[in-house]
Design a protein around this ligand. Sequence first.
Ligand code: ZN
Length: 104
Amino acid sequence: MIDIRNKKMVITRKAHTCFACIEEIEKGKSSVYVNAKEDEQRIQFHLHEECNKTIVKDQWFTGSGLYHGCIKNAKDRLEGSSVIKFSSDEELPFFMKFNIEVEV
Ligand SMILES: [Zn+2]
């Protein structure tokens, strides 16, 4: 679990990767620089301003919900649930059921 100790606004002097969404933070942008502790280790990372707001607003991301790529994962989940329709096990063709059983 990540324990945030300190946050400050910085203007990036070079490009960084956002800890939460894994997208690039362009150089010269204001972003949030975070000092935190994870398993007794000090870690530092950058967040987009927007990602920081999402984390602060959304209870999901407090405590153990905050991890490397957490916003990216949350977005993937949202997109997946609206686009992909999972068919139930009963609807799978016979050979797919068979394959699953063989792998197990
Ligand atoms: Zn981000």
